[in-house]
Design a protein around this ligand. Structure first.
Ligand code: ATP
Ligand code: MG
Length: 377
């Protein structure tokens, strides 16, 4: 058993959103001294730590000052200046995990597709799009049913354009022409359902795989998750081992969110996220190992233990803003609330989530859907 060298270990988190908040809360439970770098002391993660460092994770000076105060660094979002992060990590000799080079590779949809293909992980057919002509060519190549995605900085469906007619193509072309990072276009996948998987790998090479879950997206945004499920698709059983081999090649340390499409022909990887992921928030209350603790364990090279469901079924329901008024609620009896403490409610904004257990995935989701009614968000 490996021991942490310095206690308390000072663990740095870049970013102050809800993912950083939940990482901070779980880090505290493990005895870590959590430091957060974010612009505003009212940020969700800043609210729950004693060591908030006000600053901009995009600024070299702020990063350097922050790195000088911590022993190890991780992040809640892959959309950072990976090269700058690498430079600061080298200069200060403070390790960043997952490594900045990996962040740089996976934050770009095109380079991510190349990585998936190099590992023979099945994914939807795609091509590069950097001009109106490329977009027209893709429209023809994919028979007028395709999805344009920003190469960088796309999240929660922002930056994703489903195109089925010329009017939608026009809108996508406008987006392509006004974004300097470029796009990829992907064949539209007629999926049966969307599935996700969380996999963690630590420095020693040990991996932990969470159960497959079904995720439901409304307007490209995750609404609920239920599990555990068994994908009805070829290749599902082999997928975790193939992913683990890919993480070995990267010498990856951390959790990795894997979004999948279940199709009649098999599973396709939609997207890899080198961080904790909305689709695994259920694990806070439904598994013997939650994704936030698993991430710290991976980063610090500590044993994972089992990731086993605590009930026959579990579910997670996102509390998405539907108006700009202050939210209100009465605490539901059969759900665990995780509120993010955001300063402002907005339509579509992730304000919190609720988790619940049940006798089956469907039963857990049904109970949570009822519990959701207690919230005016
Ligand atoms: N090729 C496709 N065919 C059909 N639907 C798709 C395709 N690509 C994406 N979608 C739909 O759009 C959603 C968002 O796409 P994607 O995950 O690639 O973007 P994102 O902006 O990173 O979203 P998020 O941050 O929620 O993961 C998917 O969950 C899916 O519902
Ligand atoms: Mg996605």
């Amino acid at each position: 058993m490996k021991r942490v060298q310095r206690l308390p270990l000072r663990a740095g988190l870049l970013g102050g959103g809800q993912l950083a908040r939940m990482l901070a809360l779980k880090g505290h439970e493990m005895g870590l001294e959590i430091h957060v770098l974010s612009p505003d002391p009212r940020d969700p993660a800043a609210q729950v730590v004693r060591h908030h460092h006000r600053g901009d994770p995009a600024s070299e000076a702020d990063l350097k000052a922050f790195f000088a105060r911590v022993d190890i660094v991780t992040f809640e979002s892959e959309f950072m200046d990976a090269a700058l992060l690498g430079t600061v990590a080298t200069a200060t000799r403070v390790p960043v995990h997952p490594r900045p080079e990996i962040m740089g590779r996976l934050q770009d949809r095109l380079r991510q597709k190349e990585f998936l293909e190099s590992r023979r992980l099945p994914t939807a057919a795609w091509r590069e799009v950097s001009s109106a002509e490329d977009a027209e060519a893709a429209f023809h190549a994919f028979d007028g049913e395709l999805v344009f995605k920003k190469r960088r900085f796309g999240y929660d469906g922002y930056g994703t354009y489903v195109v089925r007619d010329r009017a939608a193509l026009r809108r996508a072309i406008d987006a392509v022409e006004s974004d300097r990072h470029g796009f990829i276009a992907e064949a539209f996948v007629p999926f049966r359902r969307e599935i996700a998987l969380m996999i963690a790998r630590r420095g020693s090479g040990e991996t932990a795989t969470f159960p497959f879950v079904e995720t439901f997206q409304e307007r490209s945004r995750c609404l609920w998750v239920k599990g555990p499920i068994a994908p009805r698709a070829r290749g599902a059983a082999r997928l975790p081992a193939k992913l683990a081999a890919g993480l070995d090649e990267l010498d990856y340390r951390g959790v990795m969110g894997v979004e999948l499409f279940e199709t009649a022909k098999g599973l396709l990887v939609n997207e890899l996220a080198p961080r904790v992921h909305n689709s695994a928030h259920y694990s806070l209350d439904a598994l013997t190992l939650d994704q936030f603790s698993a991430h710290w364990r991976a980063v610090l090279d500590l044993a994972f233990g089992e990731a086993r469901p605590l009930a026959g079924g579990f579910a997670m329901y996102n509390l998405l803003g539907s108006h700009a008024r202050a939210p209100s609620w009465s605490l539901p009896a059969n759900a665990r609330l995780h509120w993010y403490g955001k300063n402002e409610n907005r339509p579509g904004r992730k304000m919190g989530h609720i988790n619940g257990l049940g006798t089956s995935p469907g039963n857990a989701l049904k109970r949570l859907t009822k519990a959701r009614a207690a919230f005016d968000v």
